[in-house]
Structures are given as structure tokens and as C-alpha cells.
Design a protein around this ligand. Structure first.
Ligand code: ZN
Length: 198
């Protein structure tokens, strides 16, 4: 049985980019200098892991069955924007003044990694499009190879449901990630989106 210190170091290594050395530094820092911070981290982590689930409608992270955005009466329900991640949703929300609703894929099509339409909740998205409330599906996947393949699939899904698919205009660099594009560029690309050609 390993010591508590070893268990802590091992647990910290679940964080992205944290190897053995960094995990040791973090563990010693918390124990030597910031036990209060460590307690706060531990409490927040426990609460978040236990209580944050996914919104039943948009699949974003949510503490409630329906997230505040989906539940809001002031959002434009004819617009639906599909994004790869909660971080992308956040950056669009902050940079563009978009007032429609979202659908968070929580990934992108990647057959080699076993991520297909089902993993991205696309049956759920298809059902939602079929309801007829959304008139435009704004496809805001990243301009990477997999993001483009996902966008193509989403555009087909939208057309099948009689919903107009659109894509962010130029400005988002090819191979780039939305999360790291500057806000002005993203706002412009979002504002001047184009209908996807079939
Ligand atoms: Zn939601």
C-alpha cells in the first residue's frame, strides 16, 4: 500500500500535462504552503464531479437537467449553433453576441478513435432538428480535418430535416481551434457566416 503522499502525487497526474515531477511539486506546495487552498480545491473538485452533469437538450455541462441557456425565454430558438466543446460554446457566447441556442457535440467525428455519430449525440441532434423549431444550423466545428468532416455530416443532417446549414466565414485559420482565435476575428467570422453548399 502506498503512502498518502504517493497517492496524492499519483492522483494529481490525472491532470493534462502533469507528469511525475510537476505532481510532486504540486503535492509539496499544497502540504507545505497552502493547505487551505488544497482544502478548497478538494471541496470544489468533489462538488463539481458529483453535481455537474450534461444538459438534456444541448449536452453542455450543467448542474440542472436543463442548462440556463436552454431554459432561457430570451434566446432566439430558430438558431442552433453546433460546437465541438463547452470551451468553444463559451468563446462564441463571449465574443459574438449570438443569442440563439447551442448543441455541444463533446467531440468530433473520429472513426479511428471510435468516435462516431452516436458518441456525439447526433441522433439527439437529428431529433431536435426534426422538431422544426430551428431554421438555421450554424456549424461552428473547428477548421481541422476532423472538424470539417464533422461539419459535412452535420450539414447533411440539417438538410435532411429541412434546416439551412451555415458555416463560419473566412478568418478562422485553417487547422486552427476556435478556442484560440482572437475575439474580433471570431465575431467577424460568426457574423458573416455562409450557407453550406451541397
Ligand atoms: Zn442546454
Amino acid at each position: 500500500m502506498s503512502s498518502l503522499l504517493e497517492q496524492l502525487i499519483d492522483a494529481l497526474r490525472c491532470l493534462p500535462g502533469v507528469g511525475q515531477k510537476s505532481a510532486q511539486r504540486m503535492a509539496y506546495h499544497l502540504l507545505e504552503r497552502n493547505r487551505e487552498g488544497g482544502q478548497r480545491l478538494s471541496d470544489a473538485l468533489k462538488e463539481a464531479i458529483e453535481r455537474i452533469g450534461h444538459c438534456g437538450q444541448c449536452r453542455d455541462f450543467s448542474e440542472t437537467p436543463l442548462c440556463p441557456t436552454c431554459a432561457s425565454a430570451s434566446r432566439e430558438r430558430s438558431l442552433l449553433c453546433a460546437v465541438e466543446s463547452p470551451a468553444d460554446r463559451l468563446v462564441i457566447e463571449q465574443a459574438t453576441g449570438y443569442r440563439g441556442l447551442y448543441f455541444v457535440l463533446q467531440g468530433r467525428l473520429s472513426p479511428l478513435d471510435g468516435i462516431g455519430p452516436r458518441e456525439l449525440g447526433l441522433d439527439q441532434l437529428a431529433a431536435r432538428l426534426a422538431e422544426g423549431e430551428a431554421k438555421e444550423l450554424i456549424i461552428a466545428t473547428n477548421p481541422t480535418v476532423e472538424g470539417e468532416a464533422t461539419a459535412h455530416y452535420l450539414a447533411q443532417l440539417a438538410r435532411q430535416a429541412g434546416v439551412r446549414p451555415s458555416r463560419l466565414a473566412h478568418g478562422v485559420p485553417l487547422g486552427g481551434e476556435l478556442e484560440y482565435v482572437d475575439r474580433g476575428t471570431l465575431a467577424h467570422a460568426f457574423g458573416s457566416r455562409l450557407e453550406v453548399e451541397s
